[in-house]
Design a protein around this ligand. Sequence first.
Ligand SMILES: Nc1ncnc2c1ncn2[C@@H]1O[C@H](COP(=O)(O)OP(=O)(O)OP(=O)(O)O)[C@@H](O)[C@H]1O
Length: 321
Amino acid sequence: MTYRRDGNEVAALKTINLDIGAGERLAIIGESGSGKSTLALAIAGLLPASSRIEGRLDWFLPSSPSSGAKAPPSVLPDISPPRGEITPSFRLSPITEIASKELPSKLPISPLAGEMSGRTEGGGTDRQPKFVPLGGRDIGFVFQDPSASLDPVMAVGKQIAEVAYTHLGLTWPQAYAKAKSLLERVRLPDPDSALRAFPHQLSGGQKQRVAIAAAIAAGPKLLIADEATSALDTIVQAEIVALIRRLVAEDGMTLLFISHDIALAAELAERIAVFRHGELLELGPTAQIVDAPTQAYTRTLLDAHIGLDATPLLNRAGLNA
Ligand SMILES: Nc1ncnc2c1ncn2[C@@H]1O[C@H](COP(=O)(O)OP(=O)(O)OP(=O)(O)O)[C@@H](O)[C@H]1O
């Protein structure tokens, strides 16, 4: 994945191959410029026009209630930045080809082909509507700076309601009711007044709670939190981490938590991926990354943390959401 800058191509991500289990909490850590945000933006389809990307995103839908967890249908959309380019050779092959070669038991969908063919429970072939994960609906995104992600001249209730109105097909009164219940879920004091508040009337932590409410308003399957706590002080940071943990558990969301802070990542994630210079250096269960990293760079990240803060990396739970 490259950005064009001053006529040159800057490689932001090299070959990355990463899987996230449904319902899993995966953290990506690494120093500034290692490509964490670029990956998050690529997944959400938010890369700028100056980007060029080659790759593919395989997105597996949960199985229908009748089919149980044994044979989940799947979809295979490309990573498709709205204004970026995808190198043609990396576009999906005809779906049936991929299904027979790589994913014999799955039901892939090609947004490029615009249709899906897959196997029904009885083993026959069925045509189903295409599915492409959509940012805002299927993927919720929480940015570092809530002041930048919220509209300063729109009441926060409307900002949340708009997501529900747009993606869930609700009426405005229903969307506002949903916004109020979300403000309750993110524990904003006095949700009725908060609905009418403007971002500048809220604290940094409260604004991030609103941004999180908006991010989950359409019931996304995947929540991406990109340095979502970095602009907050330590106490508020811990509260927002606890909030994210609770909401992800309550809604059964998958979490991609991006942070430069290995301690925060260890608090929240089941697995940690370590990025450096646009490459995936190391990936493993949190305890293994913290206790027995295989890469010297990961060790350096751990040592830097321990040097600054003696709080154990694991077992820092117990904070209020
Ligand atoms: N819009 C852009 N245009 C040009 N280059 C970019 C752009 N965004 C990021 N880059 C470059 O891509 C590389 C990866 O940046 P990225 O923001 O993904 O890293 P990061 O690990 O998220 O860093 P940080 O924690 O500082 O946000 C860096 O070299 C950066 O300078």
